[in-house]
Ligand binder design. Structure first.
Ligand code: HSE
Length: 429
């Protein structure tokens, strides 16, 4: 950086890259006033230049060759907004090796290959920042690294995937079917290129891996998480959850237990009285408990051009202020691996939904198996059916029970010939 001028190159002019370019062009004066620095959008590499993005790129070097950004000696900061694993990984590595600072929104890459990339950044004396990788426009990374730095983080409950939250909200509020709601989320541009990542819980798990690494100050391996998505939830489950006073949310959960971290992503019945139950549509929220601060909640848009770009530019400014003072962030310590507690060792309250024949003795058979496994029933509902096959939905809410015991009991119940195998087990908050 020379004369308070910061030169920026963008890799990928999709939704998020376009937002970053727009802020750098439209908010130049605001950013100068606030930071004392001038941010110059110097170069952009993008393969598809045919689309009109409503940007005036006069004076910006526009190319299809990433190398022209990565090797440009005048560029101080490279913004990676391509997404996915490759070529993003190769480009970020090359930028770091060329001693350029990097800002990215790439949660999949940070969660799975972050360790190598942070090491490379450290070896080259540059920063790799990733505020936009979790919670879109919500400043949750800075919240954990700076605002809550004085706290041990006891727990995090996050709604971290906008697409899943949108689908579940539309199913709750407008009684839409799953597929219909997913199509809407895709049309609105929240979903990943492959929406399987959203609805399988994978995207939320990437984000939880990043939060857990920061919260625990130890490296969390993505594969240590237990992950379930929302694909098995039906309109019927939404109706049952409502009748019990709950809203179903895909939660990313971090709990610091005595013997390690409990890290899970799964659909959860959240009581309607909890703030997280009121987080709807594509919005995200992160409910954090720190030992000194107590409960805090960060809330806002978790996806989309403008919010995600807002987070990226916050990293650009943050990084440039540090450059001005010859500092680096270096707040990700990956030399210590986090210990995790396997799912089978924890307890939860459960929601169970079965379709069973409507015949004498069936309920007692199911409750008997649960009882044998020390699982106590808290409430139960059975709906009448007028269908010919006499299969009826039965829903049970349990008291706190062991995950291991529940898995064993369900294995037995699922094998009963009067129970259909499409049963569902959810957890309560
Ligand atoms: N597909 C992601 C979501 C985009 O729905 O939350 C933001 O990371």
């Amino acid at each position: 950086m020379k004369d308070n001028q910061v030169n920026i190159g963008i890799l990928g002019l999709g939704t998020v890259g376009t937002g970053v370019a727009r802020i750098l062009l439209e908010q130049k004066e605001l950013l100068r006033t606030r930071s004392g620095l001038t941010f110059n959008l110097t170069a952009i590499s993008e393969l598809d230049w045919n689309r009109d993005r409503g940007l005036d790129l006069t004076g910006v070097h526009c190319t299809t060759q990433a190398d022209e950004v990565l090797n440009d000696p005048n560029i101080d900061i490279v913004v990676e907004t391509i997404g996915g694993y490759e070529p993003a990984y190769t480009f970020i590595s090359r930028a770091l090796q060329n001693k350029k600072h990097v800002v990215t929104a790439n949660k999949a890459l940070i969660a799975t290959r972050g360790r190598e990339l942070f090491k490379l950044a450290e070896e080259n004396g540059v920063d790799l920042l990733f505020e936009a990788s979790v919670g879109g426009g919500i400043p949750i990374i800075k919240g954990l690294r700076e605002g809550l730095v004085a706290n041990r983080i006891n727990s995090i409950y996050g709604i971290l995937n906008g697409t899943s939250n949108f689908i579940l909200s539309r199913m709750h509020q407008d009684e839409l079917e799953f597929d219909q709601a997913l199509k809407e989320a895709q049309a609105k541009g929240f979903a990943e290129a492959d929406p399987t990542l959203d609805i399988s819980g994978g995207d939320a798990a990437h984000k939880l891996t990043i939060l857990a690494t920061l919260a625990s100050s130890a490296f969390v391996d993505y594969h240590q998480l237990s992950v379930e998505g929302i694909t098995n939830i039906t309109k019927l489950d939404i109706t049952f959850a409502k009748s019990f006073g709950y809203t179903i949310k895909l939660l990313a959960i971090y709990r610091a237990l005595e013997n390690g971290l409990d890290l899970r992503v799964h659909p959860t019945l959240v009581p309607n009285s909890h703030l997280l139950a009121a987080v709807n549509n594509e919005l995200n929220a992160v409910f954090v408990n720190g030992d000194f601060v107590g409960n805090t909640m960060f809330y806002g848009p978790g996806a989309g051009e403008r919010p995600t770009a807002s987070a990226i530019v916050s990293d650009i400014v943050d990084l440039s202020r540090n450059l001005d003072q010859h500092l680096t962030n270096r707040a990700v310590h990956l030399d210590r691996a986090a210990a995790t507690v396997p799912l089978t060792e924890i307890t939860n309250r459960f929601y169970l939904r079965f379709f069973t024949l409507d015949a004498p003795g069936i309920l007692s058979k199911i409750s008997g198996i649960l009882g044998e496994h020390n699982i106590s029933i808290a409430s139960m509902v059975q709906l009448e059916t007028h269908e010919q096959d006499h299969y009826v939905p039965i829903v049970l809410l349990t008291h706190e029970a062991s995950e291991q015991a529940m898995a064993e009991a369900l294995d037995k119940i699922g094998k009963l010939d009067f129970v259909r195998d499409n049963y569902l087990r959810l957890r309560l908050f």
